[in-house]
Design a protein around this ligand. Structure first.
Ligand code: UT7
Length: 326
């Protein structure tokens, strides 16, 4: 027995922010952003929250799968931008949709989060603990970035994507995931310190880098992605006993068009096999893979039997890949 995706869903905030709008308050340009990243627009949550986007995406995935909330055994939510530290996002989703039978908890593996949730749920299903799972990646990164830092804020967007998966004869063929904590400071965010009776003031050195904003060494993350993702893909292909040429779609984390093009080149595979939607949404961290999956599913671009490799990387630094038959 393995695990198959049988329904997908996604949700995006209604407010679209163009590169031209960013030009109005940042020392940047539409040309620079498009040439260096491929991004044209991103959606920014104004009235929506991480929870509301996640709930919408989950309900759509259930509807697409033809399932009811009470059918769900497990909810795994991947996020680095929950509305509350606790209760977790997955428990909030469980309550909102009425999936009363489901176990629910969150996973923080940043941009690789959806993939880690998917792989974790598949491992539970393989060992017989659960028969199905609702997995979701949901982010409102606009509340974590420094909107005066042109090197990071232009990259990110808000959204949520979900999938309902269940045990099946055919589906996931091989999985890989890993982490390199030693490179964690390439992309991080500290909670800003809260003063309390035993901590009356913080020193300037304590505060350094603890602004509460996302901080990133873009070039280091870029280098990590273009070497680690091809390696991960080659490993899952070997484990699946698939040739690269057999793969129909490489569904990668949508961070930067240049990263995806470089990965395609390193693998020696045509760029047409690497669908992209980052021009419209920017980098939505854990939501980027499931939103792309949902768009392809609803557009009829995925056919039963298609061979797919999903791969992601992100803060941690984390990375992973999964080979599956649609
Ligand atoms: O999910 C994982 C999340 N993180 C990532 O995926 C990040 C991966 N890294 C990247 O995508 C790229 O490194 C960036 C897009 C972040 C930056 O692109 P780059 O080609 O590595 O640019 P750079 O950092 O080397 O900067 C080149 C120049 C610098 O100016 P000088 O020093 O050459 O004068 C920057 O100050 O571009 C400048 N710059 C900008 N200029 C206009 C940086 N950001 C901007 C901007 N607009 N938004």
């Amino acid at each position: 027995m393995t695990t198959r995706i049988i329904g997908t869903g996604s949700a995006l905030p209604s407010r679209v922010v163009t590169n031209l709008e960013l030009e109005s308050f940042l020392d940047t340009s539409d040309t620079w952003i498009q040439e260096r990243t491929g991004i044209q627009n991103r959606h920014v949550a104004v009235t929506e929250t991480t929870t509301s986007l996640a709930i919408q995406a989950c309900l759509k995935a259930l509807e697409d799968a033809g399932k009811q909330p009470e059918d769900v055994d497990l909810i795994l939510a991947a996020t680095v931008s929950p509305d509350c530290t606790f209760p977790c996002l997955a428990c909030e989703i469980q309550a909102a949709i009425g999936a009363d039978q489901a176990t629910a908890y969150d996973i923080n593996a940043a941009c690789a989060g959806f993939l880690f949730a998917f792989n974790s749920a598949a491992a539970y299903i393989a060992c017989g603990m659960y028969r199905n799972a609702l997995i979701v990646g949901a982010e409102v990164l606009s509340k974590l970035v420094d909107w005066t830092d042109r090197s990071s804020c232009i990259l990110f967007g808000d959204g949520a994507g979900a999938a309902f998966i269940e045990e099946a004869e055919e589906g996931i063929v091989s999985m890989l995931q890993g982490a390199n904590g030693k490179k964690g400071m390439a992309l991080y965010r500290y909670e800003p310190p809260i003063l309390h009776p035993f901590l009356k003031q913080t020193t300037a050195s304590d505060d350094a880098g603890r602004s509460g904003y996302l901080e990133m060494n873009g070039q280091e993350v870029f280098r990590f992605a273009v070497s680690q993702v091809p390696d991960s893909i080659i490993h899952v292909l070997e484990r699946a006993n698939w040739e690269k040429s057999e793969v129909d779609h490489y569904i990668l984390h949508q961070a930067n068009a240049r990263i995806i093009q470089s990965i395609a080149k390193r693998l020696g595979e045509p760029e047409e096999k690497f669908p992209m939607n980052l021009h419209a949404y920017g980098n939505m961290s854990s939501a980027s893979i499931p939103v792309l999956l949902d768009e392809m599913n609803r557009a009829g671009r995925l056919k039963r039997g298609d061979k797919i490799v999903m791969s992601g990387f992100g803060a941690g630094l984390t990375y992973g890949a999964t080979a599956l038959i649609w």
